[in-house]
Design a protein around this ligand. Structure first.
Ligand SMILES: Cc1cc2nc3c(=O)[nH]c(=O)nc-3n(C[C@H](O)[C@H](O)[C@H](O)COP(=O)(O)OP(=O)(O)OC[C@H]3O[C@@H](n4cnc5c(N)ncnc54)[C@H](O)[C@@H]3O)c2cc1C
Length: 321
């Protein structure tokens, strides 16, 4: 197997690679040395072809029916095995629900320290910055171990530029008899939506507690998102009160986004929510309280009632089409 310095875990939705996970390629380039990509799943041959132009020393593919679902105990074992076989010293992924489930297990199997949410790589690849305290402080951390597991914030690293060289594919043998059976896949509930993925969207509309009920949330937040071709997000208060599903949550305990435009509707601007939106290029906030903390971070502030302003905004955008 081709030797490498950094092994990058690629994330996908069984159809295509999730673009934020490719930002780890840029991080690997900053770390220096060779890097290889690792793709796990079942019948991922077509997807593998889309990963050949990123300058990797190799593309390792673990393709097996028993890996069809990302069960963390199985994936961690296969990842740790691949890591050891290719002689890597850094296992690299992108901060996401998927990597939060899997990478710590791989780190435990490798007996390696793990650092999450890395924002910058400094000091010849030995020093890292990451947010702490809901993003209100930035810590600089050095790892004293030769082996390490890192997850990066995709929004903090640029998308990789394509490379004309074609990486060789290396198939990883998967022995189903050795895979752990501690977890069983039961079912998956998926929302089929034409809207872009929250972490990849260029425009995101977020809704807060004053959206009152699910119907109003869908009509105002969903309506404005659709008028702009954007994704929907929500505060934890909106999720906890049942206005929006859990995977819409943005913030410290939700998703971290970095769209070109974030529109906050009836959102106070709690530090835990701001932790998820602060890398947005432009923030428009609509809130009826002129002293709402969100206005301190907003690029444009509109003091008004979302129930009145947002329908007018949606209508104006539709008239423009
Ligand atoms: C450990 C921890 C982790 C957390 N993680 C997260 C997280 O990941 N994400 C997150 O979002 N929160 C998180 N929270 C919760 C966070 O502290 C806030 O409670 C939450 O973000 C508030 O949501 P909100 O802005 O929707 O609601 P509120 O704080 O109730 O604010 C509603 C805002 O809407 C305005 N408003 C009211 N009516 C109208 C109207 N008609 N028109 C316009 N504006 C109106 C009000 O002026 C107010 O500013 C966390 C909390 C803790 C303790």
């Amino acid at each position: 197997m081709t030797k490498t310095n950094t092994l990058i875990l690629i994330e996908h939705d069984r159809q295509q690679v999730k673009r934020p996970s490719l930002h780890a390629v840029t991080a690997a380039q900053q770390l220096g040395g060779d890097y290889s990509l690792l793709l796990l799943g079942s019948a991922v041959g077509e997807m593998a072809k889309s990963l050949l132009g990123y300058g990797a020393a190799s593309l390792l593919v673990a393709d097996h029916a028993e890996l069809a679902e990302p069960l963390a105990d199985r994936y961690a074992l296969v990842i740790a095995d691949a890591f050891q076989k290719c002689g890597a010293t850094t296992l690299l992924g992108t901060s996401s629900t998927f990597s939060k489930d899997i990478l710590p297990r791989a780190a435990a199997l490798l007996d390696a320290p793990m650092l999450t949410d890395v924002m910058t790589i400094e000091g010849n690849g030995n020093s890292f910055t990451r947010p702490i305290n809901a993003g209100s402080m930035i810590a600089t951390v050095q790892l004293g171990s030769e082996r390490r597991v890192l997850s990066i914030r995709a929004s903090a690293f640029a998308a990789p530029t394509g490379n004309t060289a074609v990486s060789p594919i290396e198939q990883l043998a998967v022995d189903a008899a050795l895979l752990p059976n501690g977890m069983q896949f039961v079912s998956r509930e998926e929302r089929i939506s034409d809207r872009p993925d929250l972490t990849e969207a260029r425009v995101v509309v977020g809704g807060g507690r004053p959206l009152k009920d699910k119907e109003t949330f869908d009509r105002l937040v969903g309506g404005l998102a659709d008028a702009l071709g954007g994704a929907i997000g929500a505060t934890r208060a909106a999720v906890d009160t049942g206005l929006a599903p859990n995977d819409y949550q943005i913030g410290q305990t939700g998703k971290v986004i970095a769209p070109d435009l974030y529109i906050a509707l009836g959102i106070s601007g709690a530090i835990q929510h701001l932790a998820g939106i602060k890398d947005s290029r432009v923030i428009i906030a609509i809130n009826k309280d002129p002293d709402a903390p969100i206005f301190q971070m907003a690029t444009y502030a509109l003091v008004g009632d979302v129930h009145q302003v947002v329908p007018e905004l949606i209508e104006a955008l539709r008239d423009r089409e």
